[in-house]
Ligand binder design. Structure first.
Ligand code: NDP
Length: 316
């Protein structure tokens, strides 16, 4: 087994499906990978219930359980998994530098980025205030739905996440108001159908949220129909936001090529970034597919690309 000492051969930033898969491949190739777990160890799947589309689990699997399995598999091959959050990087030299929690500086010959993406918010003053005080605003139905058992809630968004979470909430809440800003949904047909087939989900088309009401907890929302311009209040005690995600790539600004929304741009057909020895995997570089299985696939690509890069550099 290879020894793990600085500069590390491979350092992995982030611990979702991409990071763990990269770790499994890198560890089995004796690259002695060190993984910095990041803000949400396990990544977005920690906020999910049933995953039914990951091959190999014919009965489906619970998201957090799947990440426990990924972690165990990475640890089995001696990945050095460390808690902490990478706050700064320096990719100017042949050996790359990263800072963990603003203080600890680590060096590595190759870096695999698997920092994923985070939930987006509407940005309304009361939405953020109530979110920060734990007052009934959430971006994770699976984490927080339980608190609204038997109550009325609202969810914003019309993608697969919103459809999935509305369906999830409908099982425990009295009624779910789904606020869709256009007259159609972006969600896949099968997910939309689940919403339409659920009696206690009411879809409000062409509807936008103007304000979240309540001092210490959500008491209602103010909405506007953007066609008729009619405003109304819906009495709810929980407000869920499911409007997409932002890639966690701010620390790479100025070093790595990214699009206008911050998604990293790997060279087509590879995991290579514009910096030698820095590889991109998972949702941080994928605004199109964003699935656990595609993240895992690109994690594998990044580890294989890192292995070839290190071999070409004569680093064994
Ligand atoms: P998406 O980007 O697909 O959808 C975001 C939704 O939020 C859109 O309907 C968008 O509306 C709406 N929205 C954005 N901003 C606002 C706003 N300010 N006010 C109101 N509505 C807003 O994100 P998702 O998180 O739903 O999905 C991300 C990816 O993950 C997708 O590829 C999806 O297929 C996948 N996914 C798959 C699942 C599965 O297969 N089980 C489960 C969950 C996600 P508009 O349409 O008008 O732009």
């Amino acid at each position: 087994m290879s020894e793990t000492k600085e500069p590390f051969k491979t350092l992995i930033i982030g611990s979702g499906p991409a990071g763990y898969t990269a770790a499994i491949y890198a560890a089995r190739a004796e690259l002695g990978p060190v993984m910095i777990e990041g803000m949400q160890p396990g990544g977005q799947l920690m906020d999910t219930t049933d995953v039914e589309n990951y091959p190999g689990y014919p009965e489906g699997v619970n998201g957090p359980q799947m990440m426990v399995d990924f972690r165990k598999q990475a640890a089995r091959f001696n990945t050095d998994i460390r808690s902490g959050f990478v706050t700064k990087v320096d990719f100017s030299g042949p050996v790359h530098k990263v800072w963990v929690n603003d203080k600890e500086e680590l060096e590595a010959h190759s870096i695999i980025i698997s920092t994923g993406a985070s939930a987006m918010w509407l940005g309304l003053e009361n939405e953020i205030r109530l979110r920060d005080m734990g007052g009934g605003v959430s971006a994770c139905a699976v984490c927080d739905g339980f608190f609204y058992k038997g109550q009325e809630v609202a969810i914003v968004g019309a993608g697969d996440t919103a459809a999935e979470e509305a369906t999830y909430l409908s099982k425990m809440c009295k009624k779910v108001h789904m606020l869709v800003r256009r007259d159609e949904m972006r969600a896949s047909k099968i997910m939309q159908q689940r919403v339409f087939d659920t009696e206690n989900i009411e879809v409000h088309w062409n509807t936008e949220t103007v304000d979240v009401l309540g001092e210490n907890g959500v008491e209602g929302i103010r909405v506007i129909n953007n066609k008729t311009k009619e405003e109304s209040t819906i009495d709810v005690t929980g407000f869920f936001v499911a409007i997409g995600h932002k890639p966690n790539t701010d620390i790479f600004k100025g070093w790595l090529d990214m699009d206008e929304t911050g998604y990293l741009l790997p060279k087509p057909g590879t995991s290579k970034s514009n910096v030698d020895g820095v590889f991109i995997s998972g949702d941080a570089g994928d605004k199109v597919y964003r699935q656990a299985v595609t993240a895992a696939g690109t994690g594998c690509m990044a580890a294989l690309d890192a292995e070839r890069y290190l071999a070409a550099q004569g680093i064994h």
